[in-house]
Write a protein that binds this ligand. Structure first.
Ligand code: FAD
Length: 277
C-alpha cells in the first residue's frame, strides 16, 4: 500500500519546526521514518502534514554536561554504535545500539524517534529506563523535563502533548562501580524482541535499577530492587537473585501466561549474570 496524500514541510531550524507544529493540528513529525514510514504505508496514520526534523542541526548535537550526556533527539542508532558520541555509559549504549534491527535501520532510526514511538519492544525504551535517563520536551510554550518512567505511558503511548517535540535525552554518566547487563530474546536476529531485561546494579552503593521490557505495556521499572536479591544488594547479587519474586512481579503487572513469564524471568536472570560477569 501507499500512504494517503499529505503535505510536507522541512523547517530550517527548531523554532520554525515548533511554529509549524503549533499551527497544524493533523501533523506528524518524521525523524528517521523507520517506524512512521511503515505506518504511513499501511495507512495506520493519515496525517495532513509531515514535518521533517531530520535536517535540524540542533537535534543532532551531543555534549557532556557535568555528570550527564545530553543527546539531541536526532542522533541515530548508528552514531552511537560507531562511537561518534562520547561514551558516558562505559559501552552500555554502544552495545544496545549495535543490536537494534539491521544496519540500514540503524543508519536512519533516531533515539528520539524510537522513544516517541514508545513501542514496548524498542531497545531504547528499556535500556534508557534502566540507565535513568530523562527527556527534555519542547513546544512553542517552553520546555519541560520528564523521566523515562513518566514519558512512556503505555504501549505506543508517550507523554508528548500536541505541538511538543523530544528535543534532548539526558543520560547519567555510569559510575565505574555500576554493573550493566542487557539481554533480549528475539526469534530472529534483527527482529523486535519478545522479552528484554536491562539491569544497572551497583553493589558498592547497594542500589539497582531493573527493567523488564517488551511486555505489551510500559516497561516494569524496579528502583527498589533489594527484594529481587533476597533483601539486600551486595557483591553476591547474582547468587541471591530470586526468580520467584521476578515471576510474581510479572504476574502482578498482568503477564498472565506462565510461559511468557518464564521467558522474561530467564532473560532477566541472564542479564543479572551478564552484569556480574
Ligand atoms: P520515525 O519513524 O520518524 O518516527 C516514529 C514516531 O516518533 C512518529 O510518531 C513520529 O511522529 C515521532 N517522532 C520522531 N521523532 C520525534 C521527536 N524528536 N519528537 C517527537 N516525536 C517524534 N527498534 C528497536 O528498538 N529494536 C528493534 O529490534 C527494531 N527493529 C526494527 C526492524 C525494522 C525492520 C524496522 C523498520 C524498524 C525497527 N526498529 C527497531 C525501529 C527503529 O529503531 C526506529 O528507528 C524507531 O522505532 C523510530 O525511530 P525513527 O527516527 O525512525 O522515527
Amino acid at each position: 500500500m501507499k500512504p494517503a496524500p499529505f503535505g510536507y514541510e522541512r523547517p530550517r531550524d527548531l523554532q520554525a519546526a515548533l511554529a509549524v507544529l503549533s499551527e497544524a493540528d493533523a501533523s506528524k513529525i518524521i525523524a528517521g521514518g523507520q517506524s512512521l514510514g511503515p505506518m504511513l504505508n499501511l495507512r495506520l496514520v493519515e496525517p495532513e502534514l509531515i514535518v521533517d526534523i531530520s535536517g535540524l542541526a540542533e537535534l543532532k548535537q551531543v555534549e557532556r554536561r557535568g555528570d550527564e550526556l545530553v543527546l539531541g533527539a536526532c542522533v541515530t542508532h548508528a552514531d552511537i554504535e560507531d562511537g561518534r558520541i562520547p561514551d558516558a555509559t562505559r559501552g552500555a549504549m554502544q552495545g544496545v545500539a549495535g543490536n537494534i534491527a539491521y544496519r540500514a535501520v540503524r543508519n536512519r532510526g533516531t533515539v528520539g524517534g524510537s522513544l516517541s514511538h514508545a513501542d514496548p519492544a524498542a531497545d531504547w525504551v528499556s535500556a534508557l529506563s534502566a540507565l535513568g535517563a530523562k527527556l527534555t520536551l519542547r513546544s512553542l510554550l517552553g520546555a519541560r523535563t520528564v523521566t523515562m518512567q513518566d514519558f512512556i505511558v503505555g504501549a505506543l503511548e508517550s507523554a508528548l502533548r500536541a505541538g511538543e517535540i523530544v528535543e534532548t535525552i539526558h543520560v547519567p554518566v555510569r559510575p565505574a562501580s555500576a554493573h550493566w547487563g542487557y539481554v533480549k530474546s528475539c526469534r530472529k536476529t534483527g527482529e523486535f524482541a519478545h522479552a528484554i531485561a536491562a539491569v544497572l546494579i551497583d553493589p558498592s552503593a547497594a542500589t539497582a535499577r531493573i527493567v523488564i521490557g517488551a511486555i505489551d505495556a510500559a516497561p516494569i521499572v524496579i528502583t527498589d530492587a533489594a527484594e529481587l536479591f533476597g533483601g539486600r544488594i551486595a557483591g553476591d547479587y547474582k547468587d541471591r537473585f530470586d526468580s520467584r519474586v521476578a515471576d510474581a512481579l510479572l504476574a502482578k503487572a498482568g503477564v498472565s501466561s506462565a510461559a511468557h513469564r518464564h521467558i522474561h524471568v530467564s532473560v532477566l536472570k541472564r542479564a543479572v549474570s551478564e552484569a556480574a560477569a
